[in-house]
Design a protein around this ligand. Structure first.
Ligand code: C2E
Ligand code: CA
Ligand code: CA
Ligand code: CA
Length: 279
């Protein structure tokens, strides 16, 4: 119902009131969705261009609420963080992704890696590495088949503690990826300091790169940086052949994006992890 005329609605800032109402609704519904196991995980492949195969599958949380409909992860992840639900949510997604890795590995007869996003609250818990170890044991997954994706915002705080956590995770055999690379303020400082295996260059640098010489120069420099540091660079958000052409031109070996595949339910992903022929 559209009731935006004058009246008691205007006693408070209406948009703020609605935003808060939605937030409260999301929190309440998310809480029960978590309890009832109604959260989904979709998977988006990361393509190894050199070997022409899918090198990993990023697990992305999905949630369809009976009343709210599909809620975007950008929205419900933030609410989960604010409401103290993110560790529970993170555990649910991590367990599901590890089980999926075990299932695909058995089905396809080769090790299949999954990449799972980790938020600051999770990483900053002292028991997080032990918790990951326990989930690996519980699911029977191999640590080598797990990559944890962390954003800069996650790793800039409390440098010594974060470094210790990352070392503990890598001792388990888990790979660490720096997500959304280039969008923060301290990307280079982080690379100089933290044990990172994979760099995921944000879509901001990939988008329309064929028309943006500056982006192309930046990408080219990041590829070189990766080579020199022995870090795998993944270009995020590749949507077009023209973007892919430029990426390959600057030596990019790993890409992810709608051009290859959208995030989709595990059942829909074809076996053997071979990327579809480039359209
Ligand atoms: P992200 O980790 O950077 O994930 C990549 C996002 O880019 C995903 O959005 C994906 O669907 C989207 N994407 C992939 N390829 C393309 C492309 O070619 N073009 C465009 N325009 N977009 C593309 P999504 O699934 O909406 O997730 C948004 C963010 O929510 C993620 O960004 C991540 O930060 C967060 N998130 C999702 N699942 C989880 C989770 O389980 N835990 C945590 N902590 N965060 C999560
Ligand atoms: Ca990610
Ligand atoms: Ca990203
Ligand atoms: Ca992002």
């Amino acid at each position: 119902a559209k009731r935006n005329g004058p009246g008691h609605w205007c006693a408070y800032t209406p948009s703020l009131g609605l935003t808060q109402l939605r937030r409260v609704l999301i929190e309440r519904q998310l809480r029960s969705a978590l309890q009832e196991g109604r959260l989904d995980v979709y998977y988006q492949p990361i393509v190894n261009l050199v070997r022409q195969e899918w090198s990993s599958f990023e697990a992305l949380a999905r949630w369809q609420d009976p009343d709210l409909g599909w809620v975007s992860p950008a929205e419900f992840i933030r609410v989960a963080e604010e409401a103290g639900l993110i560790s529970d949510l993170g555990t649910v997604i991590l367990r599901r992704a590890l089980r999926q890795s075990v299932a695909w590995t058995a089905q396809w007869g080769r090790p299949v890696t999954v990449s799972v996003n980790v938020s600051a609250t999770q990483l900053m818990r002292p028991e997080f590495p032990a918790h990951v170890a326990q989930l690996l044991q519980e699911t029977g997954a191999n640590a080598r088949q797990l990559t944890l994706e962390l954003t800069e915002a996650v790793v800039v705080q409390e440098a010594d503690f974060v470094t210790a956590q990352l070392h503990a995770l890598r001792e388990l055999g888990v790979c660490v990826a720096l997500d959304d690379f280039g969008t923060g303020f301290s990307s280079l400082a982080i690379l100089g300091r933290l044990p990172i295996d994979i760099l995921k260059v944000d879509r901001a640098f990939v988008r329309q790169v064929h028309q943006e010489p500056r982006r192309q120069a930046l990408l080219s420099a990041v590829m070189l940086l990766g080579q020199r540091l022995g870090i795998t660079v993944v270009a995020e958000g590749v949507e077009e052949q023209r973007e892919l052409d430029v990426l390959q031109g600057v030596g990019c070996t790993h890409v992810q994006g709608y051009y290859f595949a959208r995030p989709q339910p595990a059942e829909v992903i074809p076996p053997h992890g071979t990327p579809p022929p480039v359209p």
